[in-house]
Design a protein around this ligand. Structure first.
Ligand code: IMP
Ligand code: MG
Length: 183
């Protein structure tokens, strides 16, 4: 599966991911001690991170799922965001922690966080596994960050290119050849 013609380099190993996820879960558990918290998974990219993180967050936790689409090509997002699958339960009066794979331009999260705040949640915070600040165009406060990364297109541990590579247990840099051939 690790073939340099598709994955140029492993950027974050499985061990590094698992260790960092536990640290983030500990931080979240400490910050919300004694409080009820709704962890919101942003489908599909956050799914691996969410599943690993959620099992280590201690306390009164419930899980919900949302799916948004941001129009654009497969490697560059546009500013237009639409909710494809909404949360099952209202978040009014609840502490919400949005769990996302990556903040890139920030467009998706900027829209989503504002949307959730407008539902009168008690608080809304963001945990992002990866942060690519070089490409930010919309302001987003990343309350909990896994790793800051340079401007590479990465795949694995939930992140995809054209729906592929989500199942890799590490985060790797996609070889440009893979998308140059397809755009
Ligand atoms: P935004 O540009 O911050 O709105 O990011 C939108 C979405 O693009 C993210 O939630 C990811 O699903 C996807 N994305 C951004 N950068 C990458 C990347 O390097 N690899 C895979 N998906 C990415
Ligand atoms: Mg995403």
């Amino acid at each position: 599966m690790i073939d340099s013609t598709t994955i140029k380099e492993v950027l974050i190993s499985e061990e590094q991911l698992q260790q960092r996820v536990k640290e983030l879960a500990k931080q979240i558990s400490d910050d919300y001690k004694g409080e009820e918290v709704v962890l919101v998974c942003v489908l599909k990219g956050a799914v691996m991170f969410f599943a690993d993180l959620a099992r280590y967050v201690e306390g009164d936790v419930s899980l919900d799922f949302i799916s948004c689409s941001s129009y654009g090509s497969s490697t560059v997002s546009s500013g237009v965001v639409r909710i494809m699958k909404d949360l099952d339960k209202p978040v009014e009066g609840k502490h919400v922690v949005v769990v996302e794979d990556i903040v890139d331009t920030g467009n998706t999260l900027h829209y989503l966080l504002e949307n959730l705040k407008s539902r009168n949640a008690k608080s809304v915070r963001l945990v992002a596994l990866l942060n690519k600040p070089d490409r930010r165009t919309a302001e987003v406060k990343v309350d909990y960050q896994g790793f800051e990364i340079p401007d590479y297109f990465v795949v694995g541990y939930g992140l995809d290119f054209a729906e592929k590579y989500r199942n890799l247990p590490f985060v790797g840099i996609l070889n440009e050849k893979v998308y140059q051939d397809k755009v």
